[in-house]
Design a protein around this ligand. Sequence first.
Ligand code: GLP
Length: 236
Amino acid sequence: MPDVRVLPADAWSRAVADAFVERLRAEPRLRVCLPTGDTPSPLYAELASRDVAGDVSFAQATVVLLDEWADLPPGDPARCDVRLRRELLDRLAPPPRFVAIDVDGSDDETAARAHDVAARELDLALLGLGMNGHVGFNEPGSRPEDPTRLARLAVSTREAAMARYGAAAMPSAGITIGLGRLLEARELWLLVTGARKASILRRTLRDPEGPDCPASYLRRHGRLIVFADEPAASLL
Ligand code: GLP
């Protein structure tokens, strides 16, 4: 069983930030994969204020982006690079080295291959959990050995880009670090908040692993920590 840390909802972002700051202080050259989405936003706000306060420095760290919409234009507010810069990276001084996914300059296959190289030897990967069990853009049907690649998106994921993240148009595909690479990271942190994630978190952790819920494969990792708030953990 993974290490599941259940936290009161109003203490979640501070507790995860405490753990992250401790990790970064111990290993300033941390090579970390970061997700976007609504779940990590309060964590990033907390980390940015700790950087401003001088409690921690990202100066020597490398941040590798987890995933990116393949066909949203540069600067679209829903783009993962735009969002991560807005919520965290642009608020850090000095900023870490940032490895985005080159969806504008290269063809998709070249961009995926280059990012697969960047995703090697991660010290830590922070991950969100999709309502359908996806991790990054590893949608249902993904396999634990999948490489970093151009992935088709579930309809609910495409709709979320517009409805929840404010994309100007509906994306059709995304490039994501594959489960294979994620499982090679030295440590994984799965971030899950809110009552609407309770049933998929239960599926992720309690039922047999399977491609219907790609996040369930994360349990194969020997150092998986799940940071859940109480509403998300209510069905465990
Ligand atoms: C998105 C992203 C994931 C993210 C997940 C959960 O589609 N591709 O990387 O972790 O869905 O998003 P949220 O935190 O907004 O619920």
